[in-house]
Design a protein around this ligand. Structure first.
Ligand code: GAR
Length: 210
């Protein structure tokens, strides 16, 4: 596949970036073929995800909330940067900042998010990172998992693309559950979803040209 035909993908990160790493590895192994990781944006200057991007030779740009305290200015800077790199698909991979409707409505079915639970359980405002797993354990669910979904104006409310379940072990800690959900579910379904949606975007493009 010619590189200029592939869908240019940007990954938004805030922390460790293990999901970004799963995408980088999936591109290297050929699992992601229709998309090409073209940009990483972090709102956190100290995110280890930036190092992962640099090691993979993907341009990394820091756009911090401290530098852009107004949501409007922050999102305007995001949009300029995405335009500059010709991005067609945005992946939120551990991105810990809520995006406004003004932003999400600009990219309908062009933003994906990975969430560490089986939506509609343990999702929405306030459910992120370890908190999600703490809530799942507190409730006593026997099965949890991860979801990749399109992003719209409702936090974790967009159409579901892929889900994968993970059994909860007796007496397990939130940290251990978080690790297993990542390994067994998130790192598996996020690359698959990126390939699926990139392929769809390419097919739409071809259809448009006919
Ligand atoms: C992941 O578990 C991701 O699903 C979660 O944050 C972690 C980021 O890890 N995202 C959310 O909770 C969003 N609501 P990573 O930086 O190592 O990919």
């Amino acid at each position: 596949m010619k590189q200029n035909e592939q869908v240019k993908v940007a990954v938004f990160v805030s922390g460790g970036g293990t999901n970004l790493q799963a995408l980088i590895d999936a591109q290297a192994s050929g699992l992601i073929r229709h998309g090409v990781l073209s940009l990483v944006i972090s709102n956190n200057p100290d995110a280890f995800a930036i190092t992962r991007a640099e090691r993979a030779n993907i341009p990394a740009v820091i756009i911090s909330g401290r530098e852009y305290p107004s949501q409007d200015d922050f999102e305007a800077k995001l949009i300029n940067t995405l335009d500059e790199y010709g991005i067609e698909l945005i992946v939120l991979a551990g991105f810990m900042k809520i995006l406004s409707e003004k932003f999400t409505s600009r990219y309908p079915k062009r933003i994906l998010n990975v969430h560490p639970s089986l939506i509609p359980s343990f999702c929405g405002k306030g459910f992120y990172g370890l908190r999600v797993h703490e809530a799942a354990l507190k409730y006593g669910v026997k099965v949890t998992g991860a979801t990749v979904h399109y992003v719209n104006e409702v936090p974790d409310g967009g159409e579901i693309i892929l889900q994968k379940s993970v059994s909860v072990k007796k007496g397990e800690s939130a940290e251990s559950l978080q690790q297993r959900v990542m390994r067994q579910a998130e790192w598996v379904i996020l690359p698959r979803a990126v390939e699926l949606v990139s392929k769809e975007i390419m097919n739409t493009r071809r259809g448009d040209k006919k």
